[in-house]
Design a binder for this molecule. Structure first.
Ligand code: NAD
Length: 472
């Protein structure tokens, strides 16, 4: 009998799509149109590295054009390949629809390990990649808008913006990419956005009494333990915010070089400093080193947060997962085979498409800010402050009970950009969660969060297509 081969990332996404699609009554042709990746641009370009030229392999995939622009991050990793980029682009379409961000899905990838290059060499690669995208009309404020992903950050986005400004320019050029530094047309709160969204998502699930009863767990975040894989942008912020705002405790962290564990909880800021100083998370004071980095995934804890790469929980290790909740901060950390095993073991998987949508949500805010050429809060902050102050002063006069200047300041504070960004993000994550759970409550056959999230996304994408008159 032929041995069953575990599906790759793209196949897992397609299998999850099919499972959800089978539970809808949407026309077959429409589902087939939504399912496929519309365009993939594969490129190879030379970049001078030292005295030699190196040929770099790179991609940009646009999964769906039912909304414009398309949107999705750019990944720098030695493991980048066409199927991976296609899987990530597909997820972006579903993610955007799920959280009502009006974009089609896209994703880019450059097949390099950033560790192997100097900053100047990475700049050359990024600028050349951008010019390739410009040449083929694969980038632009109304066309396709990249953002950071694994291996990239604000610095790379600034290079992309600058290259685009030089070659194309125009009044809206800043909206050609998001995740830029705040000083260069970025938005406050984008750096932490994905991790913050992960916290809001976990908080919503943990507050859901019906779901918590189903896995025999008490509600609330306070005191719940976390095992965290990946201490990069998403992992660091997710872990930090879960700890500081949710009162949770990170008891194990895995990084590239190994993993650590301590029951008493790990201070991630101290761990980051320790890693900067020593070059490794290992030998962190007060924690023990684990034999292998993958052991973090198997730690006995309440919530496992994979925040590194796809295919981390597979058929071979799914049975060893002890956490009751798997919070997919990374894209695609659970293979479709592993998911079946976990669901049979009564685990809750908070799906990537929902949980890490905070990044694209705040990217959407940044794009809007760039197009409006104005910082959020500029029009209303003072007006709100004056209104609140008038109310407080009136109450003070009527009651003859004076309050201190400090108390007045606390009450009469107008919202800054960061407050509005966080509030918009929280609203987005809460609304999307309620929609997902609404589907599960109405449809008895839908028993897991991922299928419900897919159905929510599919309903929204189909109604876009139908309103465009494509599928009357
Ligand atoms: P990052 O490059 O900032 O961090 C990832 C970290 O994971 C790195 O520090 C890397 O060393 C570590 N890592 C890699 N393999 C590992 C392993 N086997 N075990 C332990 N650690 C490992 O990347 P990121 O931006 O934080 O992205 C992480 C994941 O989140 C990716 O799947 C990405 O697609 C997804 N995501 C990111 C964003 C975003 O805004 N950056 C948004 C949505 C989803």
């Amino acid at each position: 009998m032929a041995k069953h081969k575990e599906p790759n990332f793209y196949e897992s996404v397609q299998r999850n799509f099919d499972r959800a699609a089978a539970l809808t009554s949407l026309p077959k042709g429409l589902l087939a149109q939504i399912r496929e990746v519309n365009s993939v641009y594969q490129m190879r370009f030379p970049v001078k590295i030292g005295k030699e030229y190196k040929v770099i392999e790179a991609y940009r995939a646009q999964h769906s054009h039912h909304r414009s622009p398309t949107k999705g991050g750019i990944r720098y990793s030695q493991k980048v390949n066409q199927q991976e980029v296609m899987a990530l682009a597909s997820l972006m379409t579903y993610k955007c629809a799920l959280v009502d961000v009006p974009f089609g899905g896209a994703k880019g990838g450059v097949k390099i390990s950033p560790r192997d290059y100097t900053a100047a060499q990475l700049e050359s690669i990024t600028r050349r990649y951008t010019t390739e995208l410009i040449k083929k009309n694969f980038i632009g404020p109304g066309v396709d808008v990249p953002a950071p992903d694994y291996g990239t950050g604000a610095r790379e986005m600034a290079w992309i913006f600058d290259t685009y400004s030089v070659f194309v320019g125009g009044i809206d050029a800043a909206a050609c990419v998001t995740g830029k530094p705040v000083q260069q047309n970025g938005i406050r709160g984008r750096g932490e956005a994905t991790g913050r969204g992960v916290y809001y998502g976990i908080r919503e699930v943990l507050a859901d009494r019906e779901l918590m009863d189903s896995i025999n767990m008490t509600t609330g975040t306070e005191g719940k333990t976390i095992a965290l894989q990946g201490l990069g942008n998403v992992g660091y912020h997710a872990g930090t915010i879960c700890t500081k705002e949710g009162g949770m405790k990170v008891i194990s962290v895995a990084e590239y070089e190994g993993a650590i564990y301590t029951e008493s909880g790990i201070d991630l800021d101290k761990l980051v400093k320790h890693r900067k100083r020593s070059g490794s998370i290992l030998n962190f004071p007060g924690a023990e080193n684990l034999e292998q980095r993958k052991m973090t995934l198997e730690v006995d804890c309440d919530v496992l947060i994979p925040a590194a790469l796809e295919n981390q929980i597979r058929k071979d290790n799914a049975k060893k997962i002890k956490a009751k909740i798997i919070a997919e901060a990374a894209n695609g950390p659970t293979t479709a085979d592993a998911e079946e095993i976990l669901l049979k073991k009564n685990k809750i998987i908070i799906p990537d498409m929902y949980l890490n949508a905070g990044g694209v949500t705040v990217s959407y805010f940044e794009w809007l800010k760039n197009l409006s050429h104005m910082r959020f809060g500029r029009m209303d902050k003072r007006f709100d402050e004056n209104t609140y102050l008038n109310i407080v002063n009136l109450i003070e006069r009527k009651t003859s009970k004076p309050i201190s200047a400090h108390e007045k300041m606390m009450v009469a504070r107008g919202a800054e950009e960061i407050d509005l960004v966080r509030s918009g993000l929280e609203e987005t994550m809460v609304t999307a969660y309620n929609q997902i759970r609404g589907i599960m409550k109405r449809r008895k056959k839908v028993t897991d969060l991922r299928t419900a999230a897919f159905i929510s996304a599919l309903n929204k994408i189909s109604s876009d297509y139908i309103s465009m008159g494509v599928f009357p």
